[in-house]
Ligand binder design. Sequence first.
Ligand code: DLZ
Length: 168
Amino acid sequence: MKKTNLSDYDPTQVPSGKEYRIGIAVAEWNKEITDALAEGAIDTLRKYDVAEDNIVLIHVPGSFELTSGADLMLRNDEKLDAVICIGCVIQGETRHFDFICEAVSQGVTNVAIKHGKPVIFSLLTTNNVEQAIDRSGGKHGNKGIEGAATALKMIALQKTLESKRQKA
Ligand code: DLZ
């Protein structure tokens, strides 16, 4: 199976974000990595014409808090079309890794369903720091870029389905 680079996407399939408002929740654990992921996401949103004041950034202490961070953002800003959750969990010697990864993946899904809006899982879950560096702007691309492109596509999908429903 071909290994894809996280920054590879078909630009023709990514819609303009001119009318969109997008939240980004960034975990402070492994900050150098999550800052690089956030930068990749923000650059990509700008590239697709999301206005500067429609990119809303918050920080949470660790990846475990991404779920409640995304929920708080959506509850307090009804104009948000989506939230991108950015974090990096590195496998350690404790079982923290499993608990955090499980909580974030389930939590992100729950928040998306609760609010009926896309909540994007831009969480690196790696065995070591080197793998995280490789995926935050290194040889395997940047998961923040992937998250931003995914958010734009999902918002467009939602708007298309909503407008079809309204016309039906
Ligand atoms: C506690 C913890 C550990 C051990 N590892 C990470 C990690 O690799 N990445 C991350 O984002 N956060 C980690 N945390 C912090 C938890 O996500 C959370 O912030 C604390 O358990 C407090 O709820």
